[in-house]
Ligand binder design. Sequence first.
Ligand code: PRX
Length: 676
Amino acid sequence: MTDTNPTSDPASGPSLENLLHETRSFPPSEEFAAQANAKAGLYERASAAGEEFWAEQARELVTWQTPFTETLDWSGAPVARWFGDGTLNAAYNAVDRHVEAGHGDRVAIHFEGEPGDTRTVTYADLQQEVSRAANALTTLGVRTGDRVVIYLPMLVESVVAMLACARIGAPHSVVFGGFSADALRSRIADAEATLVVTADGGYRRGAPSALKPAVDEALAPKEGAPETSVQKVLVVRRTEQEVDWVEGRDVWWHEALAAADPVHEPVAVEAEHPLFILYTSGTTGKPKGILHTTGGYLTQTAYTHKYVFDLKPETDVYWCTADVGWVTGHSYVVYGPLVNGATQVLYEGTPDTPHRGRWWELIQKYKVSILYTAPTAIRTCMKWGDDIPGEFDLSSLRVLGSVGEPINPEAWMWYRRVIGGDRAPVVDTWWQTETGAIMISPLPGVTAAKPGSAQVPLPGIAATVVDDEAKPVPDGGGGYLVLSEPWPSMLRGIWGDLERYKDTYWSRFEGLYFAGDGAKKDDDGDIWLLGRVDDVMNVSGHRLSTTEIESALVSNPIVAEAAVVGANDETTGQAVVAFVILRGEHANRASTPEGAAEVQKELRDHVGKEIGPIAKPKKILVVPELPKTRSGKIMRRLLRDVAEDRTVGDATTLADSSVMDLITAGLAVPSAASED
Ligand code: PRX
């Protein structure tokens, strides 16, 4: 469906090229370096020790029920086995062992609801609640190995539900609350889940927003859709909205937990026991269930959380703003920080409710010392102006992290200067749902940071940039980012589809993991990420598939054909722009600005219903034709030129080279682009 010559067409945007001439550098202060967890020797130790380095981390950072004797078994490549003969429990590591070590009174979570309600949860509280939830799940019939889907807002219960699953060895599959009923249905079906945990609703932008109706819809019989295997739905009461109730299926969370015993023996599982499945967008219409297992994942999330954020569990207050529905929430809200015994902030709402200083107010209130967020959020706050953060005391901050998309140097500098008081190091961390944990990042206290670059693979990680022939590029060269050695938190496959796992990540370059990102090396050998080279878009740090949105559009009867591109966007990194050909008489409907606006609204709502509000195109352009090569592939590069208001590039390989004139002429009539 696409034109892919990725090297000539990375989804980068020309401005990123200029970044490579960045000369600013921010070496760590002596004061920071002296107290930092990471020392330069960590790189040396990792390269000298090879896989034994990871065994050392696994022994130091994780508690094992049965110690492992094997470190890595790569004989089944590309499916790795790490610490294969060890056994452990993830919830025990995240909770119980801290209580046993005398830290039961330490705050694990400072919860702040959007309306301003708060809850302080110590590690001892967490142990009781997770134990009750584990007992409740067991009573409801969940057994080790069964899959549980979690569809919740950002609540303490979200963390508890995940850990309760881990405690009984039932892999969880968290579905982001912003996904639609249809998206939820397909994930429940693919994972063959037996239980869903949800809530009546959550608070969003100052008002309760319902969640349970989507679960009811996802589980209702639908023509053409397989019956789900879900037996029970556990419902957290958050907003006290009216809910429809299915007797025999639905159970209130608070009632089930109140009836459950607060003591529970964690189930020791093998290191390679599945911990979770997390669905993410790929280049086809069907989301991939990325599978992560227990021992290696816990080792690398704990390791990276300790060194990249310089965590001191006794004194730091950590806050990662990601939702638990994404991998960042799994690795850096739940597993990494809790395994390390951190105290963290969990916030339910948006940064601008009830005012645009809410985040900074929370940092002041809880004296947050480590903040981890996404470039989109930084750019949005930057747009709102320096005065807003200027009203709050942010002097507690000492490390700032960024994740999810390339961070432009202006945003990086603003983050450092305005939020970090020109003092706190910024770490730009590159990784993916598939990698499970951070792979490329500066180390605070060691690396002289460059605005806009993730710079160096972490100690123990082998990442490089190769050309089309898989040859490493010299400094100053560009190509594709690859990982050349297995790592502990790597995905173990795509749920139920081993072939797709091999095809997607291991077939592009023999023996190398292909990340799907374009990258360059600067003259110092530092790595700069340039965005996706495949049909995956990155909108506000969220992964979306062009094909998936195209399928959603063409499932509407008024659409004959659709092509979707990610256009550069100042705030969200990329924005979804769709080009559609309408069927028959509908084409006429769109010939007036009012008619076009109506069609656009209809189609945006349709995509919202099929996938979720995050996937709604920012712009929908009605066109008479799509640019195709002689073999029928859509040339997205040309559509991106149109979407980004550039002169259209070379169109000579089109089957009909006049198509682009037709498209641009049609678009000269202003169409009512809509935004939410
Ligand atoms: O394109 C890269 C981009 O996000 C993709 C992974 O998306 P996802 O699996 O949703 O995980 C996001 C959070 C880890 C990558 O292939 N990406 C992530 N971090 C960065 C980044 N691009 C540039 N710089 C980063 N720091």
